[in-house]
Design a protein around this ligand. Structure first.
Ligand SMILES: [Zn+2]
Length: 166
């Protein structure tokens, strides 16, 4: 059950069509598994175009809000994925395998379809966008893993102390 429709990526590319919408995280089970809780939603925007080599192509942008678990304090951590990835499409697996490996490439090759599973691509990209080791700013390396965070000394207080000494 997902609100993301299948689409004809070749038609989208040829006519520069786009599709956008919002999908609840709960409708993306593989993503939901990676999260602390299956709440929140992702906004997606897919735009078809032809790339510089006249190949059918597309760009997928994702925005949203999900809840992860902090690696350090195990508390809930709100993460706002914001990604944009380009793709170009080939007709079948043989064509995909025949592509030269290009580590500089900005766009990822995919096997296209007239009934392309955009929901699966949205889910893949959302999972790839998750941080490997999510941490609160206050839980970055070096900070103590305590819940009570000591306030940092105010910079002006330090300055005032210096002035008094001088
Ligand atoms: Zn934390």
């Amino acid at each position: 059950m997902t609100s993301i429709p299948r689409l004809d990526v070749f038609d989208f590319a040829a006519h520069g069509r786009d599709a956008q919408g919002s999908v609840p995280v709960a409708a993306l089970p593989r993503l939901a598994e990676s999260l602390r809780e299956p709440t929140g939603a992702l906004n997606y925007e897919y735009r078809g175009h032809c790339d510089a080599q006249r190949r059918p192509a597309g760009t997928l942008r994702l925005r949203g809000k999900v809840v992860l678990t902090c690696d350090r304090c195990n508390g809930p951590l709100t993460h706002e994925p914001a990604t944009e990835q380009g793709f170009f499409f080939v007709r079948d697996e043989h064509e995909l395998e025949a592509l030269p490996v290009d580590p500089e490439a900005q766009a990822d090759p995919l096997v296209g379809s007239t009934s392309f599973d955009l929901a699966a691509l949205v889910e893949d990209e959302a999972i790839l966008a998750l941080p490997m080791s999510p941490r609160h700013a206050r839980c970055q390396a070096g900070a103590a893993p305590t819940l009570a965070v000591e306030p940092a000394p105010h910079p002006f207080a330090a300055l005032a102390a210096l002035k008094r000494r001088g």
